[in-house]
Design a binder for this molecule. Structure first.
Ligand code: SAH
Length: 485
C-alpha cells in the first residue's frame, strides 16, 4: 500500500545575531554544529556535564558559554533555538519534550522524528546560500545534490554577492524602478564583473559594476519570445527556453503546456492561460491572444508566448508573428521539441529507417474548415511515415481513405497518448484495426497517430512507460496487466 507522505517542510533562514541558541551535549557531534551557529552570530550556550576538547577550547576563548551539569528544562529559558546532540536517546527525548512544551524549535541530531526543525545540507558562497532538504526522506540524496551544486556554483559568486550588498543602497536610489533594476542586474551578470572577481580583482569588478550603474539604461522596450515548450517532460525544454522563462514578466501559455514546465518559470511572472477550449470559437481566442501580446509588449514587458511542442508546427505561431510585425514589436522564436519527434522517441518509433521509411509527413487530421484535404493518393504509398496531429477523432474515415487509395490494411499504426508524460500510453496495431484500437482503449487527447512500417518497431524498441497496448490487451484485460508487470 502506498503510504501518504508528510507535507513538505517549510524553509526559513534565521537571523541568529545575539540570539541565544542552546546546544545540549559536549562531544564531537555537538562540536560539529557549533561553528555554523557562531558564524551566524548566535550566542551559543553549550549544556553538558563536561566539554570535549574542541568545545573546551571555544569556551576558554570566550566564544561559547558552558553550562555544566545534567539537562534541566530551565536551560531553555531565553533560548530561541535548541540543538539536542547528546548520545543518549532518552535525554534527547526529554529535551525535545521540554522544547515542545515551550514552543521552541528544536533540532535533534540524527533524529528527524523528535525534531521540529531540521538542518539542511547547504552550499554557501559568501552571503549567498542554497539550503537543501529531503524532508527526512533521504539525507543521502540531499547530500548528493549538494555535491553537485558545489561544482556548479563558481566561487566568485560569494564575492559578487558581497559587492552587490555594499552597493545595494546606491543601486536602489539610482534605479527606483524594479524593471530597471532587473535589467541592470542582467547587464552586470553578462558583463566582466564576475570574471574580474574570479581573478581576484575586486577593485576592477566594483568599477565595472559602478560604470554599469551610471550608464544610461536603454529605454525598456517590450519584446515577445515565441517559445516552444516541448511535449510535457520539462527535461525536453531548451536551455534558451528555460532562460526566457526565468526572465519573463508575462507568460501566455496554452493548455498543452505542462504544469511541470510552468513550475520552472520566474515566480513573480504573470502567468495567463490562453488555451483554446474544445468547442470554443478559435478565431475569437486567437484575436484575444494577439491583443494580449500587444498590450503587454507595449507596456514594456518581456512576454513569453509559450506553446506546446514547437510553435511553428500546428501552433499558429506564424499568425502571431504577423500580428507582432504589423504592430512593430520586436520578437524572437525559440524552437521546441514537437510532438512528432517527442512521441516517436518516447515510443521507440524511429520516424525514418533505412529499410522501412524514407520520408516523414507531418499532417493534421483537422483544418480550418473541418476535414483535412490531403493528396491521399501520394500519402497512401508505402515506405513513408505519416504523423497525424489532433487525431483521435475521425479515425475510421482516415483509415478508409488511406486504404481506398492503396495503403495496405496491414500497415502498422501507433497512437501515442500523453507522449513523454509519466502517464504515456502507446496503442499499436494495424491500419485496419485503427478505429477499434482507439475505442477499445479509450484513447484521448492529446494523442498523436503514427502510420507506417516503422510503427511496428515500438513493440521491440519501447523503453519508456508501459509496453505498447494491442487489441488483444483490450479484449482480455488480464493479459494487459500481465504484459505490464
Ligand atoms: N505545436 C504542437 C502541436 C499543437 S497541435 C507541437 O509542435 O507538438 C496539438 C496536437 O499535438 C494534439 O492534438 C496532439 O496530436 C499533439 N500533441 C501535443 N503534445 C502531445 C503529447 N504530449 N502527446 C501526444 N500528442 C501530443
Amino acid at each position: 500500500m502506498a503510504s501518504t507522505l508528510p507535507p513538505a517542510l517549510f524553509p526559513l533562514f534565521l537571523d541568529l545575531r545575539d540570539r541565544r541558541v542552546l546546544v545540549v551535549g559536549g562531544g564531537s557531534v555537538a562540536a560539529r554544529k557549533v561553528p555554523a551557529l557562531l558564524d551566524a552570530g548566535a550566542e551559543v550556550v553549550v549544556g553538558a556535564p563536561a566539554l570535549g576538547e574542541a568545545l573546551a577550547t571555544l569556551a576558554q576563548q570566550g566564544r561559547i558559554r558552558h553550562r555544566a551539569g545534567a539537562f534541566a528544562p530551565e536551560w531553555l529559558d531565553a533560548a530561541w533555538l535548541v540543538i539536542a546532540a547528546t548520545n543518549d536517546a532518552a535525554v534527547n527525548r526529554r529535551i525535545a519534550d521540554a522544547a515542545q512544551a515551550r514552543r521552541i524549535f528544536i533540532n535533534v541530531v540524527d533524529d528527524a522524528e523528535l525534531a521540529s526543525a531540521q538542518l539542511p545540507a547547504r552550499v554557501q558562497r559568501g552571503p549567498l546560500q542554497v539550503a537543501i532538504s529531503s524532508g527526512g526522506a533521504s539525507p543521502m540524496l540531499a547530500r548528493h545534490l549538494r555535491e553537485q551544486l558545489e561544482t556548479r556554483f563558481d566561487a566568485s559568486l560569494g564575492a559578487l554577492a558581497q559587492l552587490l550588498a555594499e552597493l545595494r543602497m546606491r543601486i536602489r536610489s539610482r534605479l527606483t524602478d524594479l524593471g530597471q533594476r532587473r535589467a541592470f542586474f542582467e547587464r552586470v551578470l553578462a558583463g566582466p564583473a564576475q570574471a574580474l572577481l574570479r581573478r581576484g580583482d575586486a577593485q576592477a569588478a566594483r568599477h565595472a559594476i559602478e560604470a554599469e550603474l551610471h550608464a544610461i539604461p536603454p529605454p525598456r522596450t517590450g519584446r515577445v519570445a515565441l517559445v516552444g515548450a516541448g511535449p510535457g517532460d520539462p527535461g525536453l525544454l531548451t536551455l534558451r527556453a528555460l532562460r526566457l522563462l526565468n526572465e519573463a514578466d508575462v507568460i501566455l501559455h496554452d493548455r498543452l503546456v505542462s504544469a511541470d514546465v510552468l513550475a520552472l518559470a520566474r515566480r513573480d511572472a504573470l502567468c495567463i492561460d490562453v488555451g483554446k477550449r474544445v468547442g470554443g470559437n478559435h478565431d475569437a481566442t486567437q484575436r484575444h491572444i494577439h491583443a494580449l501580446l500587444l498590450e503587454h509588449a507595449r507596456a514594456g514587458q518581456r512576454v513569453v508566448r509559450l506553446k506546446g511542442g514547437d510553435a511553428f508546427v500546428f501552433g499558429r505561431g506564424g499568425e502571431e508573428l504577423e500580428a507582432l510585425r504589423e504592430a512593430g514589436i520586436d520578437y524572437e522564436v525559440v524552437p521546441g521539441i514537437t510532438a512528432a519527434t517527442a512521441c516517436a522517441a518516447y515510443a521507440g518509433i524511429p520516424l525514418t529507417h533505412r529499410e522501412h521509411a524514407q520520408s516523414v509527413h507531418l499532417l493534421t487530421a483537422q483544418t480550418r474548415d473541418g476535414d483535412a484535404e490531403h493528396d491521399w493518393h501520394a500519402l497512401a504509398k508505402p515506405h513513408q511515415t505519416l504523423v497525424f496531429y489532433m487525431g483521435v477523432q475521425g479515425l475510421a474515415q482516415l483509415r478508409d481513405r488511406l486504404i481506398t487509395h492503396g495503403r495496405a490494411s496491414s500497415t502498422p499504426v501507433a497512437l501515442v497518448e500523453n507522449g513523454s508524460h509519466p502517464q504515456q500510453r502507446v496503442i499499436a496495431g494495424t491500419l485496419a484495426q485503427l478505429p477499434e484500437l482507439a475505442t477499445a482503449h479509450g484513447a484521448r487527447a492529446p494523442a498523436l497517430l503514427v502510420v507506417g512500417e516503422v510503427a511496428a518497431l515500438a513493440t521491440r524498441l519501447h523503453w519508456f512507460g508501459l509496453p505498447p497496448l494491442t487489441l488483444a490487451d483490450a479484449r482480455c484485460p488480464d493479459a494487459a496487466l500481465a504484459h505490464a508487470a
